[in-house]
Design a protein around this ligand. Structure first.
Ligand code: GLN
Length: 384
């Protein structure tokens, strides 16, 4: 409002932000504007679809495990998850408090940079928001985008000695569609041709990231959603006794995916299992942070594909939660480490649908992420 940007509307999403396709919405599905038989990604499928369909120039989403970046990837738009704490979460409904982060999506990198700049900064109403700006090399995110453009145009990139790491575990191998892998390779080749040094970097802990996420996230979900008990928040189904009322309310008010995660989280946190599940997952989280710290001691940014596949058809993964969870294989380590990452379109794959490349930067180096994202956008547009 302060920026005089009118809010055009609220968009559809998976219930409580749980999903990768917007098929778990409590309302209806959202169609991918590029192919109406396919998903727009999730959970922020509505935001990405609104931008891809040109209903809105920019939109906001939240990203707990990839819900801004994966929808961007499958709709051919740009989406960024800022450093944890860079944007206030005041007013959001918490899904998994140690992972949730709001961020922008748009058709181009500059618009996302402008929107993040607008919504970021310390907020006394969110004690987890950071006082430190998410900048290391440039004065602003918009400045970083402008610098990328002038560096590329002046042919100045070689002298900058920029170092980019390609994550071996996410290098388009098993689980990635061949076209996604091929486009990723082409992006890397384009960067090399522009004078940027690329090298493989191992992050061995990443093979446990999805498993750790599906313990930590449901555990926090089970705690955060306990308040929807019919007493203070949300819908209420009346009954004669309070426990019956709570049971009936939660049975009626939550969808299947939400219930699945509450049950998982309650189990993982129960006495006797706590150490084996939650404790182990937290250790994995530390290992992921260490692998990334090591990587960022050598590289300015890291690259990987965003989504392992293009937009899939409605219904093709709803019966198989594990297949659905695999969509986030390349986005989840980012949330577990609290670092920023964003998705930029890098070509088309199966059925002519868009694929995305993901730029990873170190904590509070969102400016470097935008710098590289702009380079990728420019290289991609000159390739087409
Ligand atoms: N798709 C992931 C999940 O289902 C991520 C969700 C999100 O980022 N909100 O948990």
């Amino acid at each position: 409002n302060a920026a005089a940007l009118p809010v055009l509307g609220k968009t559809n999403m998976d219930e409580f932000a749980m999903g990768s396709s917007t098929e778990h919405s409590a309302y209806q599905i959202t169609k991918n504007p590029l192919d109406h038989e396919r998903i727009p990604g999730g959970s922020g499928g509505g935001s990405a679809a609104a931008v891809a369909a040109n209903f809105a120039p920019i939109a906001i989403g939240t990203d707990t495990g990839g819900s801004i970046r994966q929808p961007a990837s499958v709709t051919g738009t740009v989406g960024a998850k800022p450093t944890y704490g860079a944007v206030s979460r005041y007013g959001l409904i918490a899904m998994s408090s140690s992972l949730d982060q709001a961020g922008p999506c748009s058709t181009d990198v500059l618009s996302s940079a402008m929107l993040q700049e607008l919504i970021s900064g310390y907020d006394p109403k969110d004690s987890t928001s950071s006082k430190k700006p998410a900048l290391s090399s440039y004065d602003s995110l918009v400045d970083a985008v402008a610098k990328a453009k002038s560096d590329l145009e002046s042919g100045d990139l070689k002298s900058k000695k920029l170092r980019v790491g390609i994550i071996s575990e996410l290098n388009g191998g098993e689980g990635f569609e061949p076209e996604v892998a091929a486009n990723f390779k082409k992006t890397c080749d384009d960067l090399k041709a522009a004078g940027i040094e690329l090298e493989l970097v191992d992050c061995p802990s990443f093979k446990y990231a999805l498993a750790a996420y599906y313990i930590i996230m449901p555990s926090e979900v089970s705690s955060n959603l306990a308040k929807f008990d019919g007493m203070r928040f949300g819908v209420r189904v009346d009954a004669d006794h309070v426990t019956d009322m709570m049971k009936a309310t939660r049975e009626y008010g939550f969808g299947d995916e939400v219930k699945r995660r509450i049950i998982l989280g309650t189990y993982a946190l129960s006495a006797g299992y706590y150490d084996a599940y939650y404790g182990t997952a937290q250790k994995v989280r530390t290992m992921i942070q260490r692998d990334l710290n090591d990587a960022f001691s050598k590289f300015d940014v890291l690259l990987s594909p965003t989504s392992p596949n293009v937009a899939f058809k409605f219904g093709s993964k709803t019966e198989d939660p594990l297949a659905m969870y695999m969509n986030d294989i390349a986005t989840i380590p980012v949330n577990l480490a609290g670092i920023p990452a964003m998705s930029v379109p890098n070509g088309t794959g199966e059925a002519g649908l868009p694929t995305g490349v993901q730029v990873w930067a170190n904590q509070f180096e969102d400016d470097k992420m935008y710098y590289f994202a702009e380079l990728l956008e420019l290289l991609n547009s000159s390739a087409n």
